[in-house]
Design a protein around this ligand. Structure first.
Ligand code: ADP
Ligand code: ASP
Ligand code: MG
Length: 439
């Protein structure tokens, strides 16, 4: 079994869909699951659609018309005329359903995270149904898998956590019951115990593919995208970034956690657990080697694997003499953030235990400071702790490499490079394999 995931640009239009079909159809694996993202840009448009409807703005209907047109046009371009009607009516039916939901949002002027998940799910439903329709039209037997029925999650809409015990069983049963060699499945979408649609977080189709691969102990997970592998840095910022031929699971996890968007961070875990190699390959240059992510890599290519970065970071600091030596302060801080479901990206603590700094996404800053101020209300009133201090407009820059810890002088080099360029370092954290600075 091989699981191949094709991202938004790889399925963006009829030309690209034909291109990726030429990649997965001749693929030698005996069984394959093809997981697809929404056409590029569609998830953003669906979110905009929900937001316009919520704001009482009738232009949401135009956005839906645009989405429908793009999918109908793609279907017409892909399928021979004689085979089009079934697929065109699936597209129309899905777009009608989307419209009905948005009408509800428009009349109530309320967009819950539950409705938002339902709305964005149409992106992957449409793309996977069209690709399935195309395969059928060109005579390739396959089964369309409903990822919503197979992948079960909790009810954290927008970023749901997978219930692996049930999910693995569902996936194994679905594949065991079928004689099929080829499956097509939408990425990103799942459902909770009440069968309400949930999603796995932005970029989550990579994760869907890893979930299928791990459940079936696949021989390989292939993430097909628009670059020739995981690179030493984000190619949009660094023109001489180079693809890394091989990296460890740990290194891939850290590069992606700190901003290498090419792979969604949770993807690595299920693959690593089952020791499944993950390939990152370029749909537009299939012959390029790409990157293989696996257990061990040799350090022939140097001990720094790459640099990644995240913008729009805010730093909240909790400071005060009342914190010194008293156990449980940090527990309360992180509890307050966890209760608000705020993702903590970086943590540092002053050696005097006087202060704890936490790096979070700027979008979460208001909720985070309110939650932490509320959690320490008594200490703040008693002047033992200062109200939370907030700094914004920061970025995290992470230097990643498994072998870095045994090579002295690397952080010195990094700090002098930042210093020479007039970049002020606000906080640093060093894990077992990474060094991070917050500027
Ligand atoms: P897909 O739609 O295929 O999932 P994404 O847009 O999510 O593709 O991810 C691929 C993009 O990730 C690349 O086009 C590239 O701009 C960006 N990227 C950021 N950091 C890195 C990196 N270190 N290596 C490769 N690509 C990166
Ligand atoms: N379509 C979803 C997104 O844009 C999931 C994905 O592409 O991986 O976030
Ligand atoms: Mg992606």
């Amino acid at each position: 079994m091989h699981v191949l995931k094709f991202g938004g640009t790889s399925v963006a239009n009829s030309t690209n869909i034909k291109l990726i079909t030429d990649i997965f159809l001749p693929h030698p694996a005996a069984q394959k699951i093809v997981v697809v993202s929404a056409f590029s840009g569609i998830t953003d448009q669906l979110i905009a659609c929900g937001q316009l409807a919520e704001a009482g703005d009738e232009r949401y209907a135009e956005v839906i018309k645009g989405i429908e047109k793009r999918h109908l046009d793609t279907t017409r371009e892909l399928l021979p005329v004689s085979n089009q009607s079934a697929c065109l009516s699936v597209v129309k039916q899905l777009c009608n359903e989307l419209e009905t939901i948005c009408e509800g949002v428009f009349s109530l002027q309320e967009l819950s995270s539950r409705s938002k998940d339902r709305i964005v799910s149409f992106g992957e439903l449409l793309s996977s149904k069209i690709i399935s329709g195309y395969l059928q039209a060109i005579g390739h037997a396959h089964t369309w898998l409903d990822s919503r029925q197979l992948i079960k999650t909790d009810s954290q809409f927008g970023n749901a956590a997978v219930v692996f015990a049930i999910t693995n069983e569902n996936i194994r049963q679905a594949i065991a019951q079928s004689q099929e060699a080829l499956f097509v499945a939408p990425g990103f979408i799942a459902s909770n115990e009440h069968n309400l649609t949930t999603t796995l977080g932005r970029g989550g189709s990579d994760y869907t593919a890893a979930i299928y691969a791990a459940a079936l102990q696949a021989e390989a997970l292939e993430i097909w995208t628009d670059v020739s592998g995981m690179m030493t840095a984000d190619p949009r910022w660094v023109s001489n970034a180079k693809p890394l031929p091989a990296i460890s699971y740990q290194e891939a996890m850290e590069l992606s956690h700190f901003g290498a968007k090419v792979i969604y961070p949770p993807t690595i875990q299920p693959a690593m657990q089952m020791k499944i190699p993950v390939w990152i390959k370029n749909s537009f240059a299939a012959q390029d080697h790409g990157t293989v992510i696996q257990h061990e890599t040799n350090s022939d290519n140097g001990f720094i694997r790459g640099i990644s970065s995240i913008s729009n970071i805010s730093l909240i600091s909790l400071e005060g003499s009342g914190m010194i030596g008293i156990p449980g302060f940090s527990k309360r801080l992180f509890e307050a953030l966890a209760n608000e479901k705020i993702n903590v990206i970086l943590i540092t603590q002053g050696s005097s235990e006087h202060s704890i700094c936490v790096g979070i996404h700027a979008a979460d800053i208001q909720r985070a400071s309110a939650a932490v101020n509320a959690a320490f209300e008594i200490e703040i009133a008693g002047k033992k702790v200062e109200p939370v201090a907030v700094e914004s407009d920061l970025s995290i820059v992470a230097l990643v490499g498994d072998q870095m810890k045994s090579h002295p002088g690397i952080s010195g080099q990094m700090f002098s490079a930042l210093g020479r360029n007039g970049i002020n370092v606000r906080a640093i954290a060093q894990g077992s394999s990474e060094k991070i600075s917050l500027q």
